[in-house]
Ligand binder design. Structure first.
Ligand code: SF4
Length: 187
C-alpha cells in the first residue's frame, strides 16, 4: 500500500513540475492578454481541435491546414484577444540590428495569420515575433497578405523546375534571409 501511495506522490510531483515548467515557458513567451487557444511549445491546449499523440506518446496540437492555399503549420501560440486571434512566434536568436524581422520570419508569421483566418474564420489583426532581445508586432495588412500570396505562387511555380534562380534584385531581402549562408546567388 505504501509503495502505491509513494508512486502516486511521485506522479503528482512530476505533473506539478511539468505544469510549473510549462507555465514558466508561457510567461517567458510574453503572450498578449487574452485566452490561449493553441500552444505548440510543450503546453498543448486542444481548443481548436482534439490533441493528437505522436510516436513517443506526447500529446500535441494538430497542425492548421488550408487546402485552398496549400499551407500547413503549427504556430507557437494563438491567443484570442479583444481585437481577434493573434499568432505568436518565439525565436531563439536576437532581432536583426535593423530592428526589422528577418524576411523568412516575417513570411512565416504572415502564413500563420492567413492559416488562422482560413481555419477559424476569425479576424487576425496582427502577429508577434518574439526574439530574445525584443518583440516585434507585425500588422496583418492587405499588403502583407498580397506579398505572401505572391510568394506562395512563386514557390508553387518553382517546385516545377529543377534549378531555382534568384527572382529579385533586392539586397535587403538577401540580408534578412535565413538561407543566405548556403545560397549561391545571395546579393
Ligand atoms: S539569399 Fe538567396 S534564397 Fe535568400 S533571398 Fe537572397 S537569393 Fe533568395
Amino acid at each position: 500500500m505504501i509503495w502505491l501511495l509513494s508512486a502516486i506522490v511521485v506522479l503528482l510531483i512530476c505533473a506539478l513540475a511539468a505544469y510549473t515548467k510549462a507555465r514558466a515557458s508561457l510567461k517567458r513567451s510574453g503572450l498578449p492578454r487574452g485566452k490561449l487557444l493553441y500552444g505548440d511549445t510543450g503546453f498543448p491546449i486542444g481548443h481548436l481541435a482534439p490533441l493528437s499523440v505522436d510516436e513517443h506518446g506526447t500529446r500535441q496540437e494538430r497542425p492548421l491546414i488550408s487546402k485552398r492555399y496549400g499551407l500547413v503549420g503549427r504556430p507557437d501560440y494563438l491567443v484570442r484577444t479583444r481585437e481577434g486571434i493573434v499568432p505568436v512566434e518565439a525565436k531563439s536568436g536576437n532581432c536583426p540590428a535593423s530592428g526589422r524581422p528577418y524576411a523568412s520570419n516575417l513570411m512565416q508569421l504572415a502564413a500563420y495569420c492567413l492559416l488562422v483566418e482560413e481555419t477559424t474564420g476569425a479576424r487576425v489583426p496582427y502577429g508577434l515575433i518574439r526574439y530574445n532581445d525584443r518583440e516585434i508586432e507585425v500588422e496583418f495588412t492587405a499588403n502583407l497578405r498580397e506579398e505572401l500570396l505572391a510568394l506562395l505562387e512563386e514557390m508553387r511555380e518553382a517546385r516545377a523546375v529543377e534549378i531555382v534562380h534568384r527572382s529579385h534584385n533586392d539586397s535587403r531581402r538577401c540580408t534578412g534571409c535565413s538561407m543566405r549562408g548556403v545560397c549561391e546567388e545571395a546579393l
